[in-house]
Design a protein around this ligand. Sequence first.
Ligand SMILES: [Zn+2]
Length: 1077
Amino acid sequence: MERATLLRTISCSSSSSVLVSARFFSRSTHRLYRLPKRHRLIPNIGHSSLFRRHIGLVSAASRPSLHLKKHFSNFSVQAVATSNPQSAPEALGADDSVAEKLGFEKVSEEFIEECKSRAVLYKHKKTGAEIMSVSNEDENKVFGIVFRTPPKDSTGIPHILEHSVLCGSRKYPLKEPFVELLKGSLHTFLNAFTYPDRTCYPVASTNTKDFYNLVDVYLDAVFFPKCVNDIKTFQQEGWHYELNDPSEDITYKGVVFNEMKGVYSQPESILGRASQQALFPDNAYGVDSGGDPQVIPKLTFEEFKEFHCKYYHPSNARIWFYGDDDPTERLQILSEYLDMFEANSAPEESKIDSQKLFSEPIRVIEKYPASEAVDAKKKHMVCLNWLLSETPLDLETELAVGFLDHLMMGTPASPLRKILLESGLGEAIVGGGVQDELLQPQFSIGLKGVSEDDIQKVEELIMSTLKKLADEGFDSDAVEASMNTIEFSLRENNTGSFPRGLALMLRSVGKWIYDMDPFEPLKYQEPLKALKARIAKEGPKAVFAPLIEKFILNNLHLATIEMQPDPEKASYDEAIEKENLEKVKASMTPEDLAELARATHELKLKQETPDPPEALKCVPSLSLQDIPKKPKHIPTEVGYINGIKVLQHDLFTNDVLYAEVVFNMSSLKQELLPLVPLFCQSLLEMGTKDMEFVQLNQLIGRKTGGISVYPFTSSVRDKKDPCSHIIVRGKAMSERSEDLFNLVNCVLQDVQLTDQKRFKQFVSQSKARMENRLRGSGHGIAAARMDAKLNVAGWISEQMGGLSYLEFLQALEKKVDEDWPEISASLEEIRKTLISKNGCLINLTADGKNLKNSEKHISNFLDMLPNTSPVGSIPLSSRLSPTNEAIVIPTQVNYVGKAANICDTGYKLKGSAYVISKYLNNTWLWDRVRVSGGAYGGFCDFDTHSGVFSYLSYRDPNLLETLDVYDGTSNFLKELEMDDDALTKAIIGTIGDVDAYQLPDAKGYSSLMRHLLGVTEEERQMRREEILLTRLNDFKDFADFIEMVKDKGVVVAVASPGDVDAANKLRPNFFEVKKAL
Ligand SMILES: [Zn+2]
């Protein structure tokens, strides 16, 4: 099983796979930074995303998508392509009289063509709770309950509550039923989100019994949580003073506290927060629902309880059901809970006031933590933010604004994006374009990596470009490309690993939460048709120019945010915190201190004491009989076209053809490796002899659903040679498969790799992105670094996406000016080496008829490929030196890793390893690194292809202490006691990962990965049997092997200078120190 799956406990969908996947859906890349403003109980992390390295064995693999919900601001309503093409289901709502009897009144009912669903809106008569019951044929059922939770200050109440309610409830009085569900259910989604004004609890599963189990645990958690009677949960998840011994210093601890410290260490998060707060000074959006680490310690338990009592109430709830389960059953489950309440006044109190528009623009200057190492002058950011309207937009306007957003910013060829990047005034775009998730829509755009003297120039350029677009309009090819992209995305409805029903729910709730019509956001066909007709009749200029003028150029509600790098800020913040804590300590009597030390100890003890087995049994679970004995089958036919191997997967894809063309990278000269990601970008973003890159990009937008190119590297089990490839992914409507292959050929062979100016932009953007990764996903950088010390595949990946890559980019930036001809020649050499029939492989996913039809186009495509023979090869000894390293960055939280290759001691892979790794993640590491250590995440990961077993932590206040926890793992396993019930849960949870729900394109992609990594159907069957037969003894045996990680493992930490110094004082020369930012 791949890392992605093992990490699923902590990465519900790896939206962090920016490097590889964003380009496939390139129009969504510019939205990335806004997403994290929603706080999640579990972060979407997973270093597996680094070049999709470890994908494979028993499970599911491709997680191609970002949260596609936002992939397109206003059009993101996703239609359901049912798995059965013939039938528009006669889905039935619950019988009205039955609903009446259960206490619900039907408000309205509609059949929604776009998602082939019958949707009924009910109101619970006694409390006023509203329910959307959506019935269709989708087996991936979704439930969600959403409360309006506007904060009054930045103490983070909504966020801390979001974490806390899942820590035990009336019917499930455990420490963390949520973790029991992570361990032992077949969920396809399980998490919670805090928005600036609402809190959302969604679950999903394809197994009906499992689904209702999840629903019941969530309902009990939100309405009857233990946390309101138990201050210890509040302390653990929110904040508390920690004092191990009265002679030591007091520190702050708490999961949310540290999560938010991490958030406030990231410049782009600081910018996003500053923008929102500047735009909305007068309502709930003017404070941080997630919590400002400097304000969180002001929160009291009383306020926390009161907030729950008021807002987590049926009267303030909106509930969503979706899928192929029985609609009557849904109401039955709900009535049991809702009937226990009387209506309250929350609906009035939780209303979000709208922000009045400004009469003149404002300007805000913020500082962010930076180190002195970099040229601070060039590290400014500037972002312009407009609040578009005092009231929500009508649907037609909203749709037009979304379309405009895509036209201006959606692709690298879009004018606003392109002009800003080409100006050379900054390194990368910031600001997410149109944001429509809150009550009033906003528009944001800016640049980072700007020199202080150029800030005004950036602002002027943004304004003049917008004016130019309003004056001149957009050319018809660009409009057609955007239209096709939008329609393709709606038709394909590819939500990646995110359940379709959840994407729909978030759309619907986006209006429903403001007391608007929950059906409307689900229906896009009519308004889209109307917009199309208007564009055809009046021309794009007449449609879009007035929007730019009204909402941006003539709009005085503009907040300009300027961000200044401040080398002092991190240490200043730390000093303030220290001073506050010293004051607290000074104000305490010796008795107080003794009491605090006692309370600290008591909290730790509680955290570290496992729930008794009887208590654990109360969390409902499936039995092994409910689990299919065979792995999920993906139809695969292996054939040849013109002598080239072609894998075909006959699956219903709603007439979309998905294609991957794979080239072998193993003969590339090693010094060219770090250029490969830039080579990939150049293929898609430079022009040909006859076409400017803008035209080429529009052509791809008009004819296809997107093309992406990226490297893929992994170890292969029991083989010395790594698997290393370039993968070209493309998709199109089947009738356009000829266009698709022609365009792929054009990208691979005709694009001229000579555009110095554009290349220089790619280097700056990549550098900015890598710096961002280092701060925001330091665990991924640490993992890549450890792998590079342990095996050649890891070394290759690190060259193309780790710290080595960042160092390469820093040097390359200068070289582009000095020696462009040599770089251009190297890019050409990469092309000559890689793009060849030799070692090429094709993977296709579509239904049988469409597969057949595409064959002749593939044959033509292959005829055009050159046939070169391999030249060099990467020495199998390539490694980084195996020393312990600390990568120092300006941060308030650390990322700590330790790893070793356990196959070196003779470990032979067994299916039980998946069960054990997952179990460790949800028990030992969760309890010690997260719950008592206070880190946002802690997990282990076993790469079954390379044999590397690694530990990682995420936003971690500790460093050496975390390593001690890792080292205690083998003992934990040796002493482990576990009854049959717990073992069964661990097995079922593992099967849930292995059988992860996949849309058809992901199935075809997984099959390709297995082919590349040599994983056979027989092996999958064998591993599954091994998983199902896992016994306690396997855990104990495994302990012996991971003992070597403790003894011989290599350590890499991405950490703050202070913590690294302290560690090296305590253990002299433990870390070799490397400054990175
Ligand atoms: Zn959180």
